[in-house]
Write a protein that binds this ligand. Sequence first.
Ligand code: ADP
Ligand code: MG
Ligand code: MG
Length: 482
Amino acid sequence: MSVDDNTPVLRGCIKLPLATDELLEVTAKAKDYAIMHGAAMRSKTNFSPDSLNFAPFVLVPSSFPRKEFEKAIALQPIINRLMHNVAHDEEFITTTLAETIKVDEFTANLFNIYRKVLAHGFTQAYSVGLLRSDYLAHVYEGCAIKQVEINTIASSFGGIATQLVPLQNFVLRELGHAEKLQRMPKNDALAGLCDGMVKAWDIYAKPQAVILFIIEEVSYNICDQRFHEFYIRETYPHIKVLRRTLTEVHRDGKLGQHKELLLGSTEVAVIYFRAGYEPGHYPSQGEWDARYLMETSLAIKCPSIHYHLAGTKKVQQALAQPSVLERFINDPEEMKAVGKIFTGLYSLDDNEAGNANYEMALRTPEKFVLKPQREGGGNNVYGLDIPDALKRMSRVERSAWILMDLIHPPLSQGYMVRPGSAMPPQIVDMVSELGIFGVVIGDAEHIVHNYQAGHMLRTKLSTANEGGVAAGLGALDSPYLI
Ligand code: ADP
Ligand code: MG
Ligand code: MG
């Protein structure tokens, strides 16, 4: 990403640079603190199921504007309700995705499951949404937050983010800055998210039934997932947690007499998807069959298929039109507040408006990011790369993508610590993306639980387009409110 020389730099938490000796010492301690407290992952380059690397982290918390942080927190219940309403609007989901599913096979496969489930009626009326709404502050609008996206499936890092506050607290205390801790908001993401799953388990109301985590063949982000599992097991010891891949569910899963999901003889109350959001998670028809089996079952899904579809980029783009937002939010004040966090989002469907947006992207590509219907990072096309990418597509293929205004976040400066990187770390320019977790549980008529559930901050080098933590460009962080 090109960084404008005039991009403002946020006032830092403490004065940098640190003296080299002090930096070396505190970084070494912080790395061990991270591993020992589970701010860790499995290595992709040197994988072993028996060992962990610390997760990349930022040594000292990065600054984030307090007003904007508080705004994001306050908005979350409204966003939860918005997504719940969107997920339950069959007509909206169907028309919004109509063009996209003609060309995007993955979204079409999800949509086909949705269609089949609709045709037979939902066996389970309740869904549980564990959402994460992501924001960048936008320097051209006084650092007001703009929504990057909303995740409705496998919203991750709630577990590790909860460990980041103690880690950075430890570092600040070591550096003699204990007074700074009061500007670091507490973070109960893990408890909030797990309690959401447990509330769904309560709704299911069968003491023997378990919570099933759907996982990938290899879980690199194992600590984050295990934190969820262990929190549930330790706080609610009567609730069992199982971990299974889609392939295993295909092999072992079946429906009981009342359409309850059975794995062997074990009944599943709640399904928490930490996989299933990208094509690679479905290597054969068997995994799709497993997804369908789960969707038709009585288990409460997190997310259910309609929630999954509500989280697509295409839906986000459609929602950013004020006339559409009106359909889902009645209160004019809330409408206004939510409208303000949206930045320009444009359809590339094969129609007049879509074609005009296509021309606009070719004229001024530097203003945009081009996004497909994918999750998990690494899929977008940025700025000057957009024209080539668009020209390679046919008119209809373009409708699998959306166009979005680039958000320009302010810079912060600090030390990014990564496994295997040279010591001592150097001061780098970074930008931070804030994620706010939300929990919403309900059926088509009622919402029974709706709350904000903690936050996470992911910080990347200012020169990187994306800051995937697992991909190695991003680092875990937590906000220091200024
Ligand atoms: P994914 O679902 O794959 O995470 P995102 O929409 O979150 O997709 O995009 C991935 C990353 O790309 C974001 O975390 C952010 O760093 C960057 N990004 C996405 N949209 C924008 C935007 N409009 N402006 C600036 N950066 C963006
Ligand atoms: Mg996403
Ligand atoms: Mg994202």
